[in-house]
Write a protein that binds this ligand. Structure first.
Ligand code: DX5
Ligand code: ZN
Length: 227
């Protein structure tokens, strides 16, 4: 299972170092949580910080746009070096046009939805996207608890993607840690966003990543020995 650490819970005073640690630990991607204080109550950062992250890592960066009218900022995030933009269906009433706009910009397209937004809202969009993100907490804050009913939603999305033969990534975001990673993996997720279980005051980044990998290796469905 791929890991995409969210810098939401990183130490911003030594962000470069934390990014280097994550890269050294062998993670696959860096997750940027963009919050606008409007679609979600919290405010984080914008393209300026995304560009700073870009300068400190070779890993691909994805931006999770928890904001209204996200299309106003697509170009700025692309210019900042973000290679995958993830939009919320709740903020994109004209989702087809939004996806086409991203396609023309030649960035990877991710779509996501809040924990109780019906999956059927994005079913027709699935052939058009590179990634689906299932939110496993309400967006807006790091360090929340995984919502248990998320597991059946991940499994249902897995079935939808398999039914159309889609190779899109299935990502999960919120409350993923050594206790919950197997629920997500066994339900069919291919990428886990991890904030507080990677960037925290208890373990180093490398220790945290190793613990997550070890936990994923012991999942019931893992018969290959891969994590
Ligand atoms: C929630 C964000 C998540 C979150 C991850 O709004 O999208 O990416 O910060 O943090 P943890 O893993 O601590 O839940
Ligand atoms: Zn996120």
């Amino acid at each position: 299972m791929k890991l995409s650490p969210s810098i939401y819970t990183a130490d911003f005073g030594r962000l470069g170092e934390q990014l280097r640690d994550a890269e050294a630990a062998g993670v696959d991607c860096i997750h940027l949580d963009i919050m606008d204080g409007h679609f979600v109550p919290n405010i984080t950062f914008g393209p300026l910080v995304a560009a700073a992250v870009r300068r400190h890592t070779r890993l691909p960066c994805e931006a999770h746009l928890m904001m209204t009218e996200p299309e106003r900022y697509f170009e700025a995030f692309k210019q900042a070096g973000v290679s995958r933009l993830i939009v919320h269906v709740e903020t994109c009433p004209h989702l087809y046009s939004t996806i086409q706009q991203l396609r023309r910009m030649e960035v990877q397209v991710g779509i996501t939805l809040n924990p109780l937004t019906p999956l059927s809202l994005i079913e027709e969009a699935l052939p058009l996207v590179d990634m689906v993100l299932i939110m496993t907490v309400e967006p807006g804050f790091g360090g929340q608890k995984y919502i248990p009913l998320s597991t059946q939603r991940i499994a249902a999305m897995r079935r939808m993607l398999d039914r159309i033969g889609s190779a899109a990534e299935l990502e999960v975001d919120g409350g993923i840690n050594i206790e919950t990673i197997c629920d997500a993996r066994d339900a069919g997720a291919t990428i886990a966003v991890v904030g507080s279980a990677v960037f925290n005051d208890t373990y180093s980044v490398v220790e945290s990543v190793n613990m997550l990998r070890a936990a994923a290796q012991q999942c019931p469905t893992n018969d290959t020995g891969d994590e």
